[in-house]
Design a protein around this ligand. Structure first.
Ligand SMILES: Cc1cc2nc3c(=O)[nH]c(=O)nc-3n(C[C@H](O)[C@H](O)[C@H](O)COP(=O)(O)O)c2cc1C
Length: 187
């Protein structure tokens, strides 16, 4: 069954109750194809990804997570997302490497969602330790780790109460009028 882009965006959730899912090189290549055709400033394609599904490397990454990210230990794959400013355009004060890498990451996350997977980005990890484990050069920014697994209805007991609630309903959002403006921005 194919899903529309709208349906895929609506289905995507940052679930934290995960069960194992088989990871194959075919899956990784399918996801990588989505990044390959993402737009970027001057077509510079600044994004870099390291896909980790080796159990030993996963175990190492589990040691560099923030306290609230114990749920990550159920991950079947972790995708490290990294880049550096010189990979992309700089137009005056505007640096595009984070924007373009974010777009490619979002496209990968949506494709993973369409394939029935959870792809949950996190910022809660120790960057320098994670870079060492992943072999990411020091000069680069390890922007996020995207946690991949299959969602299970059995709520992970390590979750805080608010995280448990988040499994059942999407966390509240700002009203649209708080972030869009028609014709001109108004404070
Ligand atoms: C850049 C970024 C960093 C995040 N870091 C964490 C994190 O460290 N731990 C975590 O459990 N969730 C993390 N999240 C997930 C957010 O909490 C989640 O996207 C938000 O609550 C909205 O929920 P939803 O994605 O299910 O709509 C992060 C999301 C983003 C985009």
């Amino acid at each position: 069954m194919t899903m529309s882009v709208k349906e895929t965006i609506e289905k995507r959730r940052s679930y934290r109750s995960l069960e194992p899912v088989e990871i194959t090189l075919d899956l990784i290549m399918d996801l990588a194809e989505m990044a390959k055709i993402t737009p970027s400033c001057g077509n510079k394609q600044p994004w870099r990804f390291v896909f980790v599904y080796d159990k030993q490397v996963l175990q190492q990454l589990f040691t560099v997570l923030s306290e609230g990210n114990k749920w990550v230990e159920k991950a079947s794959m972790i995708m490290g997302v990294f880049s550096e400013p010189k990979n992309d355009c700089r137009i005056g004060e505007r640096l595009y490497y984070l924007f373009d890498t974010g777009m490619a990451t979002a496209f990968i996350m949506l494709r993973a969602t369409e394939l029935g997977l959870v792809a949950h980005p996190i910022a809660g990890f120790d960057e320098s330790s994670a870079k060492e484990i992943l072999g990411v050069p020091n000069a680069m920014r390890l922007i996020t780790l995207v946690i991949v697994g299959r969602h299970t209805e059995t709520v992970n007991p390590v979750l805080s109460d608010s995280m448990k609630l988040g499994e059942k309903q999407r966390p509240p959002r700002k009203a649209i009028e708080d972030f869009i403006y028609i014709n001109k921005y108004k404070e």
